[in-house]
Design a protein around this ligand. Structure first.
Ligand SMILES: Nc1nc2c(ncn2[C@@H]2O[C@H](COP(=O)(O)OP(=O)(O)OP(=O)(O)O)[C@@H](O)[C@H]2O)c(=O)[nH]1
Ligand SMILES: [Mg+2]
Length: 347
Protein backbone atom coordinates (compact mmCIF):
# COMPACT_ATOMS: atom_id res chain seq x y z
CA UNK A 1 0.00 0.00 0.00
CA UNK A 2 1.57 3.17 -1.18
CA UNK A 3 0.73 6.82 -0.60
CA UNK A 4 2.12 9.56 -2.79
CA UNK A 5 3.08 12.93 -1.30
CA UNK A 6 2.20 15.47 -3.98
CA UNK A 7 1.99 19.22 -4.27
CA UNK A 8 3.49 22.28 -5.87
CA UNK A 9 7.21 23.15 -5.70
CA UNK A 10 8.54 24.03 -2.24
CA UNK A 11 5.31 23.21 -0.43
CA UNK A 12 7.19 21.01 2.03
CA UNK A 13 6.73 17.50 0.59
CA UNK A 14 10.24 16.32 1.33
CA UNK A 15 10.21 17.86 4.81
CA UNK A 16 6.99 15.94 5.56
CA UNK A 17 8.55 12.82 4.09
CA UNK A 18 11.59 13.18 6.37
CA UNK A 19 9.43 13.77 9.43
CA UNK A 20 7.40 10.63 8.64
CA UNK A 21 10.20 8.29 7.81
CA UNK A 22 13.06 9.62 9.93
CA UNK A 23 15.14 9.70 6.76
CA UNK A 24 17.07 12.76 5.63
CA UNK A 25 16.29 13.41 1.98
CA UNK A 26 17.44 16.78 0.61
CA UNK A 27 15.02 19.65 1.06
CA UNK A 28 14.98 23.25 -0.12
CA UNK A 29 15.54 24.83 -3.50
CA UNK A 30 18.79 22.98 -4.12
CA UNK A 31 17.29 19.48 -3.76
CA UNK A 32 17.45 17.38 -6.93
CA UNK A 33 14.22 17.69 -8.89
CA UNK A 34 12.56 14.67 -10.40
CA UNK A 35 13.94 12.33 -7.76
CA UNK A 36 11.44 10.08 -5.99
CA UNK A 37 12.03 9.36 -2.30
CA UNK A 38 10.59 6.12 -0.93
CA UNK A 39 10.21 5.16 2.73
CA UNK A 40 8.31 2.67 4.85
CA UNK A 41 6.45 3.84 7.93
CA UNK A 42 5.03 1.82 10.80
CA UNK A 43 1.44 2.70 11.70
CA UNK A 44 1.39 3.48 15.44
CA UNK A 45 -1.10 1.16 17.15
CA UNK A 46 -1.69 1.57 20.90
CA UNK A 47 -3.63 -1.73 20.91
CA UNK A 48 -0.55 -3.67 19.89
CA UNK A 49 1.44 -1.89 22.60
CA UNK A 50 -1.19 -2.63 25.25
CA UNK A 51 -1.39 -6.31 24.25
CA UNK A 52 2.38 -6.56 24.42
CA UNK A 53 2.19 -5.42 28.07
CA UNK A 54 0.08 -8.51 28.74
CA UNK A 55 1.74 -11.13 26.53
CA UNK A 56 5.37 -9.94 26.65
CA UNK A 57 5.93 -11.23 23.12
CA UNK A 58 9.33 -11.66 21.48
CA UNK A 59 8.18 -9.33 18.72
CA UNK A 60 5.79 -6.44 18.18
CA UNK A 61 4.78 -5.91 14.56
CA UNK A 62 2.84 -2.92 13.23
CA UNK A 63 1.04 -2.37 9.94
CA UNK A 64 3.16 -0.54 7.41
CA UNK A 65 2.55 2.03 4.69
CA UNK A 66 5.00 3.08 2.00
CA UNK A 67 5.26 6.81 1.41
CA UNK A 68 6.57 8.11 -1.85
CA UNK A 69 7.69 11.72 -2.23
CA UNK A 70 7.11 11.94 -5.96
CA UNK A 71 8.49 15.43 -6.56
CA UNK A 72 6.78 18.66 -7.51
CA UNK A 73 3.77 19.06 -9.74
CA UNK A 74 4.83 22.07 -11.77
CA UNK A 75 1.49 23.46 -12.93
CA UNK A 76 0.95 25.91 -15.74
CA UNK A 77 1.66 23.77 -18.74
CA UNK A 78 0.30 20.50 -17.32
CA UNK A 79 1.88 17.99 -15.02
CA UNK A 80 5.37 16.71 -15.66
CA UNK A 81 5.25 13.23 -17.16
CA UNK A 82 7.51 11.58 -14.58
CA UNK A 83 5.48 13.07 -11.73
CA UNK A 84 2.26 12.07 -13.46
CA UNK A 85 3.34 8.46 -13.80
CA UNK A 86 4.50 8.32 -10.20
CA UNK A 87 1.12 9.70 -9.11
CA UNK A 88 -0.74 7.07 -11.13
CA UNK A 89 1.21 4.31 -9.41
CA UNK A 90 0.14 5.03 -5.84
CA UNK A 91 -3.04 3.90 -4.04
CA UNK A 92 -3.86 7.26 -2.51
CA UNK A 93 -2.60 10.83 -2.63
CA UNK A 94 -1.67 13.26 0.06
CA UNK A 95 -1.32 16.87 -1.07
CA UNK A 96 1.12 18.96 0.94
CA UNK A 97 -0.09 22.55 0.69
CA UNK A 98 2.07 25.56 1.51
CA UNK A 99 0.32 27.58 4.19
CA UNK A 100 3.48 28.73 6.01
CA UNK A 101 5.18 32.01 5.31
CA UNK A 102 8.90 31.93 6.06
CA UNK A 103 9.51 35.10 4.06
CA UNK A 104 11.75 33.38 1.51
CA UNK A 105 9.10 32.88 -1.14
CA UNK A 106 8.35 35.81 -3.47
CA UNK A 107 4.60 35.16 -3.17
CA UNK A 108 2.47 34.80 -0.03
CA UNK A 109 0.90 31.38 0.56
CA UNK A 110 -2.42 30.78 -1.22
CA UNK A 111 -3.48 27.37 0.07
CA UNK A 112 -7.01 27.19 -1.35
CA UNK A 113 -5.73 28.23 -4.77
CA UNK A 114 -3.01 25.55 -4.63
CA UNK A 115 -5.62 22.94 -3.76
CA UNK A 116 -7.91 23.99 -6.61
CA UNK A 117 -5.03 24.24 -9.07
CA UNK A 118 -3.76 20.74 -8.38
CA UNK A 119 -7.29 19.39 -8.65
CA UNK A 120 -7.64 21.10 -12.04
CA UNK A 121 -4.33 19.58 -13.17
CA UNK A 122 -5.45 16.11 -12.16
CA UNK A 123 -8.80 16.51 -13.92
CA UNK A 124 -6.97 17.68 -17.04
CA UNK A 125 -4.58 14.73 -16.96
CA UNK A 126 -7.54 12.32 -16.66
CA UNK A 127 -9.37 14.10 -19.46
CA UNK A 128 -6.39 13.70 -21.79
CA UNK A 129 -6.28 10.01 -21.01
CA UNK A 130 -9.99 9.60 -21.70
CA UNK A 131 -9.84 11.55 -24.95
CA UNK A 132 -6.94 9.52 -26.26
CA UNK A 133 -8.71 6.28 -25.42
CA UNK A 134 -11.99 7.47 -26.94
CA UNK A 135 -10.28 8.40 -30.18
CA UNK A 136 -8.89 4.89 -30.46
CA UNK A 137 -12.20 3.23 -29.57
CA UNK A 138 -14.05 5.30 -32.14
CA UNK A 139 -11.66 4.17 -34.85
CA UNK A 140 -11.91 0.51 -33.86
CA UNK A 141 -15.69 0.58 -33.24
CA UNK A 142 -15.28 -2.68 -31.30
CA UNK A 143 -16.28 -1.67 -27.77
CA UNK A 144 -19.48 0.37 -27.74
CA UNK A 145 -20.04 -0.34 -24.04
CA UNK A 146 -16.70 1.09 -22.96
CA UNK A 147 -17.10 3.98 -25.39
CA UNK A 148 -20.47 4.98 -23.91
CA UNK A 149 -19.13 4.81 -20.35
CA UNK A 150 -16.10 6.85 -21.26
CA UNK A 151 -18.31 9.53 -22.83
CA UNK A 152 -20.05 9.87 -19.46
CA UNK A 153 -16.71 10.14 -17.69
CA UNK A 154 -15.58 12.73 -20.21
CA UNK A 155 -18.58 14.99 -19.69
CA UNK A 156 -18.14 14.73 -15.90
CA UNK A 157 -14.49 15.79 -16.20
CA UNK A 158 -15.41 18.48 -18.76
CA UNK A 159 -17.66 20.07 -16.16
CA UNK A 160 -14.60 20.48 -13.93
CA UNK A 161 -15.47 17.77 -11.43
CA UNK A 162 -13.08 15.11 -10.16
CA UNK A 163 -14.07 11.47 -10.72
CA UNK A 164 -14.15 10.99 -6.97
CA UNK A 165 -17.55 12.68 -7.07
CA UNK A 166 -18.96 10.55 -9.89
CA UNK A 167 -20.99 7.50 -9.04
CA UNK A 168 -19.75 4.55 -11.08
CA UNK A 169 -21.51 1.21 -11.43
CA UNK A 170 -19.52 -1.83 -10.33
CA UNK A 171 -19.21 -2.76 -13.97
CA UNK A 172 -17.76 0.63 -14.90
CA UNK A 173 -15.43 0.62 -11.91
CA UNK A 174 -14.04 -2.71 -13.09
CA UNK A 175 -13.77 -1.38 -16.63
CA UNK A 176 -11.81 1.67 -15.49
CA UNK A 177 -9.56 0.09 -12.87
CA UNK A 178 -6.70 -0.11 -15.34
CA UNK A 179 -6.86 3.62 -16.09
CA UNK A 180 -5.61 4.65 -12.66
CA UNK A 181 -7.42 8.01 -12.83
CA UNK A 182 -5.80 10.62 -10.62
CA UNK A 183 -8.98 12.49 -9.73
CA UNK A 184 -10.47 9.23 -8.48
CA UNK A 185 -7.78 8.43 -5.93
CA UNK A 186 -8.52 9.08 -2.26
CA UNK A 187 -6.99 12.42 -1.30
CA UNK A 188 -5.85 13.83 2.03
CA UNK A 189 -5.05 17.55 2.22
CA UNK A 190 -2.23 18.48 4.53
CA UNK A 191 -1.89 22.16 5.32
CA UNK A 192 1.73 22.88 6.09
CA UNK A 193 1.30 25.79 8.52
CA UNK A 194 3.57 28.05 10.60
CA UNK A 195 4.12 26.74 14.10
CA UNK A 196 2.06 29.63 15.51
CA UNK A 197 -0.99 28.37 13.62
CA UNK A 198 -0.73 24.77 14.84
CA UNK A 199 -3.29 24.97 17.62
CA UNK A 200 -5.88 26.76 15.43
CA UNK A 201 -8.40 24.88 13.29
CA UNK A 202 -7.88 24.99 9.49
CA UNK A 203 -9.30 28.13 7.77
CA UNK A 204 -13.08 27.93 7.27
CA UNK A 205 -12.99 28.23 3.47
CA UNK A 206 -10.62 25.30 3.18
CA UNK A 207 -12.57 23.21 5.68
CA UNK A 208 -15.77 23.88 3.70
CA UNK A 209 -14.06 22.92 0.46
CA UNK A 210 -12.74 19.66 1.93
CA UNK A 211 -16.17 18.75 3.28
CA UNK A 212 -17.90 19.52 0.00
CA UNK A 213 -15.37 17.47 -1.95
CA UNK A 214 -15.26 14.61 0.57
CA UNK A 215 -11.53 15.02 1.25
CA UNK A 216 -9.48 14.44 4.37
CA UNK A 217 -7.93 17.57 5.91
CA UNK A 218 -5.38 18.23 8.63
CA UNK A 219 -2.83 20.84 9.62
CA UNK A 220 0.75 20.26 10.64
CA UNK A 221 4.06 22.06 10.53
CA UNK A 222 6.47 19.95 8.53
CA UNK A 223 9.41 21.84 9.97
CA UNK A 224 8.30 21.31 13.56
CA UNK A 225 7.65 17.62 12.88
CA UNK A 226 11.08 17.24 11.37
CA UNK A 227 12.64 18.84 14.46
CA UNK A 228 10.55 16.68 16.81
CA UNK A 229 11.70 13.55 15.01
CA UNK A 230 15.26 14.35 16.15
CA UNK A 231 14.42 14.80 19.86
CA UNK A 232 14.42 12.40 22.80
CA UNK A 233 10.95 11.33 24.02
CA UNK A 234 11.17 13.62 27.07
CA UNK A 235 12.15 16.63 24.98
CA UNK A 236 9.36 15.82 22.54
CA UNK A 237 6.75 15.87 25.28
CA UNK A 238 7.82 19.23 26.63
CA UNK A 239 8.15 20.76 23.18
CA UNK A 240 4.73 19.56 22.03
CA UNK A 241 3.06 20.89 25.19
CA UNK A 242 4.68 24.28 24.64
CA UNK A 243 3.14 24.39 21.15
CA UNK A 244 -0.34 24.01 22.63
CA UNK A 245 -1.13 20.71 20.94
CA UNK A 246 -1.66 17.31 22.53
CA UNK A 247 0.71 15.17 20.45
CA UNK A 248 3.02 15.47 17.46
CA UNK A 249 1.10 15.35 14.18
CA UNK A 250 3.09 12.40 12.92
CA UNK A 251 0.97 9.66 14.48
CA UNK A 252 -2.27 11.42 13.62
CA UNK A 253 -1.11 11.88 10.06
CA UNK A 254 -0.07 8.25 9.59
CA UNK A 255 -3.36 7.00 11.00
CA UNK A 256 -5.29 9.36 8.69
CA UNK A 257 -3.27 8.08 5.74
CA UNK A 258 -4.00 4.51 6.77
CA UNK A 259 -7.74 5.24 6.95
CA UNK A 260 -7.53 6.98 3.58
CA UNK A 261 -6.52 3.69 2.02
CA UNK A 262 -9.67 2.19 3.52
CA UNK A 263 -7.53 -0.13 5.56
CA UNK A 264 -8.32 -1.61 8.95
CA UNK A 265 -6.28 -3.99 11.11
CA UNK A 266 -7.03 -7.28 12.71
CA UNK A 267 -4.70 -8.44 15.43
CA UNK A 268 -2.97 -11.64 16.46
CA UNK A 269 -1.68 -11.85 20.01
CA UNK A 270 0.50 -14.39 21.73
CA UNK A 271 3.86 -15.00 23.36
CA UNK A 272 5.62 -15.12 20.00
CA UNK A 273 4.31 -11.85 18.64
CA UNK A 274 1.62 -9.23 18.94
CA UNK A 275 0.85 -8.02 15.51
CA UNK A 276 -1.48 -5.77 13.51
CA UNK A 277 -2.42 -7.08 10.07
CA UNK A 278 -3.69 -4.51 7.58
CA UNK A 279 -6.61 -5.55 5.36
CA UNK A 280 -9.14 -3.76 3.17
CA UNK A 281 -12.36 -2.92 4.97
CA UNK A 282 -14.93 -5.61 4.08
CA UNK A 283 -12.45 -8.51 3.85
CA UNK A 284 -13.88 -11.86 5.00
CA UNK A 285 -12.19 -14.09 7.57
CA UNK A 286 -10.89 -16.77 5.21
CA UNK A 287 -9.36 -14.20 2.87
CA UNK A 288 -7.82 -12.32 5.80
CA UNK A 289 -6.27 -15.59 6.98
CA UNK A 290 -4.20 -15.61 3.80
CA UNK A 291 -2.37 -12.53 5.10
CA UNK A 292 -0.97 -14.61 7.93
CA UNK A 293 -0.23 -17.67 5.81
CA UNK A 294 -1.61 -19.17 2.60
CA UNK A 295 -1.87 -22.57 4.40
CA UNK A 296 -4.26 -21.05 6.93
CA UNK A 297 -6.46 -19.66 4.18
CA UNK A 298 -6.48 -23.00 2.34
CA UNK A 299 -7.12 -25.13 5.42
CA UNK A 300 -9.47 -22.64 7.12
CA UNK A 301 -11.82 -24.24 9.67
CA UNK A 302 -12.95 -21.27 11.74
CA UNK A 303 -11.86 -18.01 13.30
CA UNK A 304 -11.94 -17.52 17.07
CA UNK A 305 -12.59 -13.82 17.52
CA UNK A 306 -12.22 -11.66 20.63
CA UNK A 307 -12.67 -7.90 20.63
CA UNK A 308 -9.40 -6.26 21.58
CA UNK A 309 -11.13 -4.21 24.36
CA UNK A 310 -12.33 -7.48 25.95
CA UNK A 311 -8.93 -9.11 25.76
CA UNK A 312 -7.29 -6.03 27.25
CA UNK A 313 -9.84 -5.95 30.08
CA UNK A 314 -9.80 -9.68 30.93
CA UNK A 315 -6.12 -10.21 30.04
CA UNK A 316 -6.32 -13.80 28.74
CA UNK A 317 -8.02 -15.86 26.07
CA UNK A 318 -9.22 -18.32 28.72
CA UNK A 319 -10.94 -15.60 30.75
CA UNK A 320 -12.57 -14.25 27.58
CA UNK A 321 -13.82 -17.73 26.74
CA UNK A 322 -15.31 -18.16 30.24
CA UNK A 323 -16.98 -14.76 30.03
CA UNK A 324 -18.54 -15.60 26.65
CA UNK A 325 -16.43 -13.00 24.90
CA UNK A 326 -14.93 -15.42 22.40
CA UNK A 327 -16.93 -15.94 19.22
CA UNK A 328 -16.57 -18.66 16.62
CA UNK A 329 -16.88 -17.26 13.12
CA UNK A 330 -16.96 -18.92 9.69
CA UNK A 331 -15.14 -18.10 6.49
CA UNK A 332 -17.67 -15.48 5.33
CA UNK A 333 -17.40 -13.42 8.53
CA UNK A 334 -16.51 -9.80 7.71
CA UNK A 335 -13.51 -8.91 9.83
CA UNK A 336 -13.68 -5.72 11.93
CA UNK A 337 -10.96 -3.33 12.97
CA UNK A 338 -9.62 -4.48 16.33
CA UNK A 339 -10.72 -8.11 16.07
CA UNK A 340 -8.16 -10.35 17.76
CA UNK A 341 -8.24 -13.55 15.73
CA UNK A 342 -6.98 -17.03 16.40
CA UNK A 343 -7.35 -19.17 13.30
CA UNK A 344 -8.16 -22.88 13.40
CA UNK A 345 -7.07 -24.68 10.28
CA UNK A 346 -6.20 -28.07 8.75
CA UNK A 347 -2.67 -28.62 7.57
N1 LIG B 1 8.90 27.89 8.01
C1 LIG B 1 8.67 26.70 7.49
N2 LIG B 1 9.42 26.29 6.46
C2 LIG B 1 9.18 25.08 5.92
C3 LIG B 1 8.15 24.23 6.41
N3 LIG B 1 8.13 23.11 5.67
C4 LIG B 1 9.11 23.24 4.76
N4 LIG B 1 9.74 24.43 4.91
C5 LIG B 1 10.87 24.92 4.12
O1 LIG B 1 10.43 25.11 2.78
C6 LIG B 1 11.46 24.73 1.86
C7 LIG B 1 10.92 23.67 0.92
O2 LIG B 1 10.71 22.47 1.63
P1 LIG B 1 10.82 21.07 0.89
O3 LIG B 1 10.41 20.03 1.89
O4 LIG B 1 12.09 20.92 0.20
O5 LIG B 1 9.65 21.27 -0.18
P2 LIG B 1 9.30 20.31 -1.40
O6 LIG B 1 7.82 20.41 -1.60
O7 LIG B 1 9.87 18.96 -1.22
O8 LIG B 1 10.05 21.06 -2.57
P3 LIG B 1 10.32 20.50 -4.05
O9 LIG B 1 10.67 19.06 -3.94
O10 LIG B 1 11.42 21.36 -4.56
O11 LIG B 1 9.03 20.74 -4.77
C8 LIG B 1 12.63 24.23 2.71
O12 LIG B 1 13.54 25.27 2.84
C9 LIG B 1 11.98 23.91 4.04
O13 LIG B 1 12.88 24.04 5.11
C10 LIG B 1 7.38 24.69 7.53
O14 LIG B 1 6.48 24.01 8.04
N5 LIG B 1 7.68 25.92 8.01
MG1 LIG C 1 11.16 17.85 -2.45
Amino acid sequence: MKIGLVGFPQSGKTTVFNALTGLAADTGASAARGKTNLGTVKVPDPRVDALAEIFHPKKKVYAEIVFSDVGAAAGGEGLDRTVLNAMREVDALCQVVRAFDDGTSPTPPAPLREIRDLEAEMILADLELVERRLERLKKEKGKPREEASLEKVKSHLDSGSPLRSMHLSDEDSALFSGYRFLSQKPLLLVLNVDEGALAAPPPADIAAYATERGLGLMSLSAKVEQDIAQMSPAEQKEFVAALGVSEPARGRFIRAAFALLDLISFITAGEDECRAWPIRRGTVAQRAAGKVHSDIERGFIRAEVIRVEDLLALKSEGKCREAGKLRLEGKEYVVHDGDVINYRFNV
